[in-house]
Design a protein around this ligand. Sequence first.
Ligand code: PA5
Length: 423
Amino acid sequence: MSITLNREHLKGFVEQKDIVKIFPNIERAHNELDERTGAGGEMTGWTDLPSRIEDKFLDELVQLGDEVRSHSDCLISIGIGGSYLGIRATVEYLRDFKIPVYYAGNNMSVDYLHQLLETVKDKKISVVVISKSGTTTEPAIAFRIIKKFLEEKYSKEELKKRIICVTDGKKGALRKIADNNGYRSYVIPDDVGGRFSILTPVGLVPLAIAGVDIKSLVAGARKGQEEYSKLDVENNIAYQYAAIRYLLYKKGKYIEVTASFYDNMYYVIEWWKQLYGESEAKDGKGIFPSSLIMSTDLHSMGQLMQEGARNVFETFIDIERPKYKLSIPKDDEDLDKFNIVAGKDLDYVNTQAYKATASAHFEGGVPNMTLSLCQSDEFHLGELFYFYERAVAISGYLLNINPFNQPGVEAYKTKMFALLGRV
Ligand code: PA5
């Protein structure tokens, strides 16, 4: 298996026999998910999505990417939430994309957008605007501003090459804008919600333009679909992860910190936070998803993890073989006494820091587990995306909530629209 789950530091908190005890609940969740009979079953199109993506479609997107890059120096990806985080997670995880990707519509900070436009004003720009509903405030307003900015730079015909819309097949303002202006557009399937949409055109279109190997990403997700859809709690680590989280939650561990000693995991964990926060937190239930990037955050949050309220558990994401190597040099004076690691790779020290932290936090009363990825590439990320999606669905059903809706996010919007005087 290319992703593994180490449970050593759960001893005394959650044992295999505890997982076995809740097997009937896991079996019920599994069946409801696969038979689409559970809450929100109409939004479970993501479960077999990787195997349904046609290779021909991936070839078309690779060609689209080549074509857009041939006339662009940069891409602006406009979107928020599920129409933003997976894209940024992938780009920042891989860090070897072919053109720079900038993000807009993920906040409404005026200084941010002003500075972005200043940065790109002399570049050849293409834009992908992504919104499933086609009506979300942040991307809609950012697109208005950016469209106007592009209209001053390019002809209407040229804009048809440079603006690509990813939205609903029939409804929403963005669908109309695409159709009325003759912009190229791609459809987001009805049965896949925003936070589960990274393997739909939401993710695949901008990632193909960025030059990400989308075929490997999808191949990894297909492997994930095969591995993590099995009703086999002995071997299915997605189901183990879901069960462990549920059992820890029942013991009062209300916060999960996903931590990594690899800083390129930052946005992957941000994506995970949306997936888990929006999916589970309903009816007064749910684990609060939080994150730390180490060793940076050990120097600010290490005290809390070691000795704070014991209502937290931790999931580390480890990368066994980072892409690069960097040897630590020998120093003749050795004033800092680090000649003990001279000649070793920097990752050796990072790994010892991870092992020490996992052990110290466990001894301090924080149960923890580790997901290990063999290496940081598209394939393993695709597999990880599917792992997390499958696990949160099972976890949500264990909690007896609908993991596929997000009614709570409407409350602030209603008040904001009232303040804006929008009907
Ligand atoms: O998960 C969700 O559904 C939300 O976070 C959405 O992804 C986010 O609000 C963006 O929505 P849309 O793609 O409709 O603009």
